[in-house]
Write a protein that binds this ligand. Structure first.
Ligand SMILES: Nc1ncnc2c1ncn2[C@@H]1O[C@H](COP(=O)(O)OP(=O)(O)O)[C@@H](O)[C@H]1O
Ligand SMILES: [Mg+2]
Length: 151
């Protein structure tokens, strides 16, 4: 099932309002797949979202490491985020060999949030339920986000 749950339009001036609305609507979910072409704004949105959550660690594109781990405080407890970038992966097999499926299985068990860039590289290893975020550049400064609940 693919259920449309939220749409957001924002510029870099209004991105923090979009981030707030995003998290207020979706914070109960665990796996977030950010889909959109190069330069669509996946990393930028995740960066602002991590700032909004007061993530303690430096947020950067995990293109080479595949996974960055961040921590933030949520209801007086330590919460973990895995920020993944699958751009360099060529297939689902390669994603599995690189341990991405293990990360996801663990994350779902422990409620570790996963923010995944380029999820289409290994869409088959995503859990049965996840949030799909499609980002489109409407012009140089504006982005349109269409958000679905899958599963
Ligand atoms: N509204 C916007 N949201 C996100 N990025 C924007 C926006 N307007 C312009 N940009 C620019 O677009 C680029 C997005 O890059 P990035 O977030 O790295 O994309 P991706 O991770 O999808 O490849 C950045 O240079 C950013 O400054
Ligand atoms: Mg990126």
């Amino acid at each position: 099932m693919k259920q449309n749950i939220l749409q957001l339009t924002y510029t870099l001036q209004t991105i923090d309002t979009a981030v707030k609305q995003f998290w207020e609507t979706l914070n109960k979910h665990t796996v977030f797949a950010f889909s959109g072409e190069m330069g669509a704004g996946k990393t930028t949105f995740i960066h602002h979202l991590c700032d909004y959550l007061s993530v303690e660690d430096a947020v950067s594109s995990p293109t080479f490491a595949l996974v960055n781990e961040y921590h933030f405080e949520e209801k007086d407890r330590d919460s973990i985020i895995y920020h993944m970038d699958w751009y360099r992966l060529k297939s689902e097999g390669e994603a599995i060999s690189a341990g991405m499926e293990d990360y996801l299985v663990q994350a779902c068990k422990m409620q570790v949030r996963c923010f995944i860039e380029w999820p289409e590289k290994a869409i088959g290893i995503l859990p049965s339920t996840y949030v799909l975020i499609e980002i489109h550049a409407t012009d140089m400064h504006e982005r349109y986000m269409n958000i679905f609940l899958i599963g």
